[in-house]
Write a protein of this length. Structure first.
Length: 314
C-alpha cells in the first residue's frame, strides 16, 4: 500500500467531475495519490489526474463501494459525486433521491465499516435554504428547499450528522453557485458555463425569468481551498462556502457578452419551477473556523472560465 504524506490515504467521489477533479489536482500537488471513484455520467476521463488510482463505479452500488474500500482502506473521504441539477431533480425526483440520498448512505455505511476518520461533503448553499427571509443566509437559518435537489442534499446532511455522532468526523460545505474551468457548457447546471458555451459558439441564449434573480457565484479554486482546509483542519460541522455577493443573471450575461464580444440575442422565458429568486450566503463561520474566504473576484473568474471554454470549443 502506498504511503501518502501524512500516512492517510484519501478517496474522492466524483473525482473526474467539475469540482472533484480540481480537488484531486490539488491533492496530487500536495504529494498525495488519491483514490478516485466516478461513474463518468458527467465526469470525464480527460479531467482525471494521471497520478491517481481510478475506479469507474457508481456510489449507488454498495457492493462495488465495499470492494474499493476493502482494497484501499482510505482514512479520509471527500464526497463530490451527486446529481446537481435543480431542473433535472424536478423531472426525475426518484433518480435524484437515489443518487444524493441512497448513494450517500451507501458511502456512509461503507466508511463506517472501514473506519474512515474524516469526511468532507459537498452540499448546496444555493438550493437548501429555499427563498430566504433575510440575506445573507447563515448556517443557522431554517432550511426550506423548493426542489427535490435541495431536499435530497438536506437529507444527506441529516444522515451525515447521525454518523458524525457515532462514527467519523464530518465537515459539510454548503457551496454557492460554483463556476470555472471544466464545468460542462452542455450540462444541466452551471449558468456561467452554459452561457459562455453558447456565446463562444455564436448562439443565442435563454434566460429563465427576467434575469433579475440573484445568485452567489464562487470560483472553483476557492472551493478547492475550502475543501483542503476542511479536510486537514480540526473542526466539524456545516459551513457556507461562497462569495457573499448576490449577482443578477443579467449581470453575468452582460459581463460575458463583453468578454466574448458576443452579438447574439437573449430570449427571456418563464422562470423554472423550484428555482429561488434571490440567494447569497454569509461565509463568516468558515472565516472564523479555518480562515477561509473567497479570493477570486468575479471578473477574474469569468475571464478564466471564458478563456477555458473558448479553448475547448475552438
Amino acid at each position: 500500500m502506498e504511503t501518502d504524506p501524512n500516512g492517510k490515504k484519501i478517496l474522492v467521489t466524483g473525482g473526474a467531475g467539475f469540482i472533484g477533479s480540481h480537488v484531486v489536482d490539488c491533492l496530487v500537488a500536495k504529494g498525495y495519490k488519491p483514490v478516485v471513484i466516478d461513474n463518468l455520467s458527467s465526469g470525464k476521463i480527460s479531467n482525471l489526474n494521471a497520478h491517481t488510482k481510478f475506479y469507474e463505479i457508481d456510489i449507488t452500488e454498495q457492493i462495488q463501494l465495499n470492494r474499493v474500500f476493502d482494497q484501499e482502506r482510505p482514512a479520509m473521504v471527500l464526497h463530490f459525486a451527486a446529481q446537481t441539477s435543480v431542473a433535472f431533480s424536478i423531472e426525475n425526483p426518484s433518480f435524484d433521491a437515489r443518487v444524493n440520498i441512497l448513494g450517500s448512505l451507501n458511502l456512509f455505511e461503507v466508511a463506517k465499516k472501514y473506519q474512515v476518520r474524516r469526511m468532507v461533503l459537498a452540499s448546496t448553499g444555493g438550493a437548501i435554504y429555499g427563498e430566504p427571509k433575510t440575506l445573507p443566509c447563515e448556517e443557522v437559518d431554517v432550511l426550506n428547499p423548493l426542489a427535490p435537489y435541495g431536499i435530497s442534499k438536506m437529507a444527506m446532511e441529516h444522515f451525515a450528522t447521525s454518523y458524525q455522532l457515532r462514527d467519523f468526523d464530518v465537515v459539510t460545505l454548503r457551496l454557492g453557485n460554483v463556476y470555472g474551468p471544466r464545468q460542462d457548457p452542455n450540462g444541466e447546471a452551471g449558468v456561467i458555463a452554459i452561457f459562455a458555451g453558447k456565446m463562444v459558439s455564436g448562439e443565442d441564449i435563454v434566460v429563465y425569468g427576467q434575469g433579475e434573480q440573484q445568485r452567489d457565484f464562487v470560483y472553483v479554486d476557492d472551493v478547492v481551498e475550502a475543501s483542503m482546509k476542511a479536510l486537514f483542519g480540526e473542526g466539524i460541522g456545516v459551513y457556507n462556502i461562497s462569495s457573499g455577493l448576490g449577482v443578477t443573471v443579467n449581470t453575468i450575461v452582460d459581463k460575458l457578452r463583453s468578454l466574448l464580444d458576443w452579438q447574439g440575442e437573449v430570449s427571456y422565458q418563464l422562470a423554472r419551477e423550484g428555482e429561488v429568486f434571490k440567494i447569497y450566503l454569509s461565509s463568516t463561520k468558515a472565516l472564523n473556523a479555518f480562515g477561509w474566504e473567497a479570493k477570486v473576484p468575479l471578473d477574474e473568474g469569468l475571464m478564466k472560465t471564458a478563456t477555458y471554454i473558448r479553448s475547448q470549443i475552438s
